[in-house]
Structures are given as structure tokens and as C-alpha cells.
Ligand binder design. Structure first.
Ligand code: ADP
Length: 304
């Protein structure tokens, strides 16, 4: 494995096991049928985004709670070259069983239907983030989860670090605002440099297209902040300050076979581009290109 000495990108959030059944058509409730394929892969939004970053060549680390006995997930991080050695490890118990997502992929259109069980895996706390040596990182991406107060403390720690260091040592921050069921995350939008808003969340707030959503969420961001909004098979949009909305077309593969983690791949690839110095327009185009490529294949190993 290549040894990086550059500052890392850190992805903070969930790692889970994805159990995937591929079906020839979406199953009817209360029927008994064969699936066309079955496999498992490492999942979780921040975990998937770190995979995209690693495959693209970034020096990347994941931080999230792992559960003892699930070394196959740790091994998979290692196989991708993702550092995961600062993750807290919870003991397995009758309650804490490790997060699992059962997923049905429909072969006809690549759709993914996800049922996730977090199984009481403890969310990351500030005490786990406290010992991270911030000078080792150039970008920290937070998956928006229910530990909102703890995420806020982590972001504040990065902000304090940023005010105390030289400009070239500053850490860029981003937050994924994905789940309509976690509206409380909205109060963190003006605390980071980049906000990734999902189509699901935007639609739940009444936005009908990516441009409207980017304009609308900009009002909740900090001056100089950027909103990025991926919009399924309509590409993505971004908005910074008073500039016009920038858009990217979708990059459609010949056949859409697997859209699982398209959004996480988009986020990882866009962060890769931004943290490598690309402007926002170039970065969302790159994000769409990589995510589109991913949709044309099973899993993500061929995106690089
Ligand atoms: P999520 O996986 O979070 O639901 P989206 O569906 O919004 O995320 O997709 C994220 C990105 O993945 C889009 O901006 C687009 O670039 C790409 N993408 C998603 N669906 C397709 C598709 N059917 N064809 C090509 N690219 C797609």
C-alpha cells in the first residue's frame, strides 16, 4: 500500500455491514422468491465516502464507533488503505450487535431500497474526537447523525484550531445534511465551510429542483459557505455566497446497475476534488462523473 505523508481527509460517521440482495425485479410483499445475487459490503455514509476518497488516491481516515467481533469491517478499511485505528470499539452485547443494513437492489433500474438497523451502536462523542491530532488533517467531513450536540462540539474544536493556526494549515469542514428525520442538524449549517444537502431532504422541505434547493439552503449557511446538492439522475448544483447557482449534468453510464451509495460516492469524490484545489463547479462535475461511473457497476472498486 502506498504510504502517504500528506495531511489526511477525515470522515466522521457510521460504519455498518450492508447485506445486499440483487433481484430481477422489486419483490412483492409476502412473497417467496429467489434473489439473483447476494453479497455484503462495508457501508455507512461516512464509511462509503472514505472508500471513494481512498480509491481516488486520497490519504483518508474514518472515525466512527466499531463493534468488537466485526473485524471483517476493519479488514475492509485496511484493504482500501483507509486508516481506522482511532475508532472507539464497543463490546458486543445482547443489545449492541453492530449496525446492519439490509438492501434490495432492483436489477431492472439499479434502485436500492435500504432497511438499516443501528442496533444501539453508540454514536461518536466529543471525547473520541478530543484526542485527534488536528494538524494531521486538511479536511474533516461530518456525516449528520443524531449526535448533533456532539458533532457541534467537534466542529467547534476545529473552528478553534483554525483560528489559532496559520492559514495554510487550516482545516476545511463539511457536513452532510441528508436525513429528513433529523431536522435539528439544520442549526449546524452555518458552522461549516461546505454543506452537502440530499435530494430527499430538499424535497421534504418543498424544493422541486436542485437549483431552488441550492439557493434556499444558502440562506442557512455562513457567509462564504457553500451548499452542494446532488439530485439523483439530474446531476448536482452548488451555490456560494451571491454567485449564481452552478450546475453539473448527470454522467449516465450505459446501464444503471447499482445506485447504492451514489450520494456517498458523490460526496467523497467532490471532497477529493475540492481538497485537491479544484473550484466548486469542477468539483461537482467530478463528483457526478465518479458517482455516475459507480452507478454503472456493482460496488465501487472500479471507480478509480
Ligand atoms: P443518494 O444516493 O444519496 O440518494 P443521489 O441519488 O442524489 O444520492 O445521487 C448522487 C449522485 O449520484 C448524483 O448527483 C449523480 O451524479 C449520481 N447518480 C445518481 N443516480 C444516478 C443515475 N441513475 N445515473 C447516473 N448518475 C446517478
Amino acid at each position: 500500500m502506498e504510504q502517504h505523508t500528506s495531511r489526511r481527509v477525515l470522515c466522521v460517521g457510521l460504519c455498518c455491514a450492508d447485506i445486499i440482495n440483487v433481484c430481477d425485479h422489486y419483490p412483492k410483499e409476502d412473497t417467496d422468491q429467489r434473489s439473483a445475487d447476494y453479497y455484503w459490503q462495508r457501508g455507512g455514509n461516512a464509511s462509503n465516502s472514505s472508500s471513494a476518497l481512498a480509491l481516488l488516491g486520497a490519504n483518508v481516515e474514518f472515525l466512527g464507533t466499531l463493534v468488537r467481533g466485526r473485524e471483517f469491517l476493519t479488514d475492509d478499511f485496511a484493504a482500501y488503505g483507509i486508516h481506522a485505528d482511532q475508532c472507539p470499539v464497543s463490546e458486543e452485547s445482547p443489545d449492541v450487535k453492530g449496525a446492519v443494513a439490509v438492501i434490495v437492489i432492483n436489477r431492472q433500474n439499479g434502485s436500492r431500497t435500504i432497511m438499516a438497523a443501528i442496533n444501539h451502536v453508540p454514536e461518536l462523542k466529543m471525547e473520541h474526537f478530543q484526542n485527534i491530532q488536528l494538524h494531521n488533517y486538511k479536511w474533516i467531513h461530518f456525516e449528520g447523525r443524531q449526535n448533533i450536540d456532539e458533532i457541534e462540539k467537534m466542529i467547534q474544536r476545529v473552528q478553534e484550531y483554525n483560528t489559532s493556526c496559520n492559514t495554510d494549515q487550516r482545516i476545511s469542514t463539511s457536513l452532510e445534511f441528508e436525513k429528513p428525520r433529523l431536522p435539528g442538524l439544520g442549526r449546524l449549517l452555518d458552522q461549516v465551510d461546505y454543506v452537502f444537502v440530499s435530494k430527499d431532504l430538499a424535497v421534504s422541505r418543498g424544493y422541486q429542483n436542485k437549483e431552488e434547493a441550492a439557493r434556499g439552503f444558502m440562506h442557512s449557511c455562513r457567509p462564504g459557505g457553500t451548499v452542494i446538492c446532488a439530485w439523483g439522475d439530474d446531476g448536482a448544483a452548488a451555490k456560494t455566497g451571491s454567485d449564481d447557482v452552478i450546475t453539473s449534468l448527470v454522467y449516465s453510464p450505459k446501464t444503471v446497475v447499482d445506485t447504492l451509495a451514489a450520494g456517498d460516492t458523490f460526496n467523497g469524490a467532490t471532497i477529493f476534488a475540492l481538497s485537491s484545489g479544484l473550484d466548486v463547479g469542477g468539483a461537482i462535475r467530478f463528483g457526478c462523473m465518479v458517482a455516475g461511473t459507480k452507478c454503472g457497476m456493482v460496488g465501487n472498486k472500479g471507480i478509480k
